[in-house]
Design a protein around this ligand. Sequence first.
Ligand code: ADP
Length: 355
Amino acid sequence: VCKAVSKLQPAEDGLFLVRESIRHPGDYVLCVSFSGEVIHYRVIYQNNKLTINLKQYFYNLIDMIEFYSRCKESIVTTLTKPKKKQGTKSAELELSKTGWLLDITKLTLGEQIGEGEFGAVYRGEYMGQKVAVKIIKCDVTAQSFLQETTVMTKLQHKNLVRLLGVILHKGLHIITELMTKGNLGNFLRTRGRSVINSVQLLHFALNVCEGMEYLESKKLVHRDLAARNVLVSDDSVAKVSDFGLTKVDSKEPDKAKLPVKWTAPESLKKEKFSTKSDVWSYGILLWEIFTYGRQPYPKMSLKEVKEKVEEGYRMESPESCPPNVYSLMRLCWEQDPRRRPGFSKLREKLEQEMS
Ligand code: ADP
């Protein structure tokens, strides 16, 4: 609280900022300067909407601030001037300056093609280009995602699903390239051995590895690498998706939500995430690829997986998997993260396997 008060200086009626609540982490507080004092309004998050008075509800903070800049209703003074964070531009301003804010009127939404943890995914068209649109409705999540998309704008690689831009409209629309063949897990399961040969499988493995090598070079940790988060393009190139977004809720690491069967033992036990824990997940992803999308550790419960893996248990080689590829999986599953190879090393080995 004191920090917000000292930040809203020099005192000027209507100068405001939004900070995270100290007593209720994850909630927000609107702080407004008035008559030399700072008034604090707790932002209540209810049914996917935000309110400060349980009367007027908003889909996001931006809408809320817009409203109270116009109306004095239930607040001491209209908001006149946002106190910008020192040193960092606001995410919105940064996105707009760099041309990543797109125009809602140029977007045509089509049918729904997927459902994610934070929102539904639709097919769409933006200025004649086929796109995918993830709509994050109405809440604080949208605000954190906005911050994360500023990271995504700086990442471009042929094996990462490309961000085309965002639209701030009833929450947040995230526009990416359309990956017509859907996620890799479904892609493999619905086609199977009779349609997809092992050369194609190796291609997918290499595609993902190159995308991850790029993230590794940027010192970014994915945390949720799995076949469901790899998408396949029209020309059958596999690309990593959901990077940059995965750290959104890392403030309160929720152990219950970790994808146990993909998560490295040190991440499960000590919440230590690193490129090397991504490498562990990559090993599981290799297993998924070479089983044509089977569920890892078949028939084992999550509790069993945790215990057995800690004791050194590892999955067997998938049927007709090249022995060298299985050796790579085993390297990815070294208990000690330091003994696992990095993604460059993995790429070299995969390339050898293909030649
Ligand atoms: P989650 O939040 O569970 O990681 P996403 O919201 O990223 O999932 O995506 C959910 C589903 O929507 C994916 O499994 C995929 O089938 C589909 N999808 C997501 N992004 C795209 C895209 N760019 N192109 C085509 N389909 C997509």
